[in-house]
Design a protein around this ligand. Structure first.
Ligand SMILES: C[S@@+](CC[C@H](N)C(=O)[O-])C[C@H]1O[C@@H](n2cnc3c(N)ncnc32)[C@H](O)[C@@H]1O
Length: 328
């Protein structure tokens, strides 16, 4: 955290590159399924592509989240304690958040703290929110929990915290890790603090697969960019044309998985790690999961992890829920 007056930004340090390199090596060394952590999808190119994905007709969850905040922000605000500061985990461009902040800023001056691992996402968020009346913004370019800890340390005695976790990003964690993550969030918060959690709900498989494998190929580009990023930042030699994006649904786990399938037998060298990897024809690298929920399962997830559910709001067009929880 440092530098610009209103945005706390870190430049890419050798330690960050070393962690990236180490995570890539660990993920590609798995004896069975090769994996890469989804957080690395969001460099400057990845964040820009994600913003385009949100515009695609097939990716209904983003518009569902917008519609709910357009319709329900005033009601959500009426349920919140006062005064409240807002911390957002994985803010992205902050487009949806703007709707909630507009409603909240009618009631109070708002301190808004977006936390995102992507510096370019934070810059977009600054553009989106930076000029709003009665809202001040300080961003944290960091991992979710590190950022939340920083925000919690800034709260004044009488202030409550509202944590936003929108876009169903919780679905990127597998279910036990999602529980563990919410427990960690709970540990940083205090009684009376709130969590607004957005969750994409179960729906027909064809609809889900189209959302993660659009015919225009934007999601494919988003996924392949992860290999391009490894080439750029770690001096690797992935030949992107020898990989294809695939999305599959695991009915047992109720999740969409994104993979990159190797079209041929190939060897990849990662200079920064001085490592070589081999991929068989047809072998895949698993890059992201998006778990889907039923409404009662969301309530139970909150209850298991130290929250009580105050209310759920549902979209009429695309099964999707905003869920307001309070710390117990
Ligand atoms: C699926 S996007 C959602 C963006 C936005 N909340 C929305 O609803 O459109 C996830 C966001 O979380 C950020 N992110 C992913 N992993 C992260 C991590 N471990 N710590 C902090 N931010 C992360 C990404 O950079 C990205 O902006």
């Amino acid at each position: 955290m440092a530098s610009a007056p209103r945005m706390a930004r870190a430049s890419v340090s050798p330690a960050v590159t070393a962690e990236f390199s180490s995570d890539v090596v660990v993920g590609l060394s798995h004896a069975g399924q090769k994996e890469l952590p989804s957080k690395y999808l969001y460099d400057e190119v990845g964040s820009a592509l994600f913003d385009v994905i949100c515009l695609l007709p097939e990716y209904g969850l983003s518009r569902a989240g917008m519609r709910l905040l357009q319709r329900d922000s005033h009601e959500i605000v009426s349920l919140l304690p006062a005064p409240v500061l807002v911390a957002e985990l994985g803010s992205g461009s902050g487009q949806k958040t703007r709707l909630l902040l507009q409603a909240l800023s009618k009631r109070q001056r708002v301190n808004y703290y977006p936390i995102d691992i992507s510096g370019s996402a934070l810059s977009r968020c600054q553009q989106e929110i930076g000029q709003m009346d009665r809202v001040s913004i300080v961003g944290f370019e960091s991992a979710y929990l590190d950022g939340l800890q920083e925000v919690a340390a800034r709260r004044r005695d009488e202030e409550r915290i509202l944590v936003l976790f929108l876009g169903s990003t919780i679905g990127n964690f597998d279910r036990p890790a999602g529980d563990q993550f919410l427990r960690e969030v709970r540990r940083i918060l205090s009684e009376g603090d709130a969590l607004l959690l957005a969750t994409d709900l179960e729906k027909p498989i064809e609809q889900l697969l189209l959302a993660y494998d659009d015919p225009a190929g934007v999601t494919a580009a988003f996924n392949l960019n992860l290999l391009a990023r490894i080439n750029r930042e770690l001096g690797a030699d992935f030949d992107l044309r020898q990989f294809e994006h695939t999305a599959r649904y695991d009915e047992c786990e109720r999740r969409v998985e994104m993979h990159l399938r190797s079209k041929v037998w190939q060897r990849v060298t990662i200079q920064a790690a001085a490592q070589r990897f081999y991929l068989r024809e047809g072998e895949t690298i698993w890059t992201e999961s998006s778990h889907k929920y039923s409404p009662p399962a969301v309530v139970e997830m909150g209850e298991r992890t130290g929250f009580r559910c105050a209310q759920q709001w549902f979209d009429a067009e695309w099964p999707f829920a905003q869920n307001l929880f309070f710390v117990v």
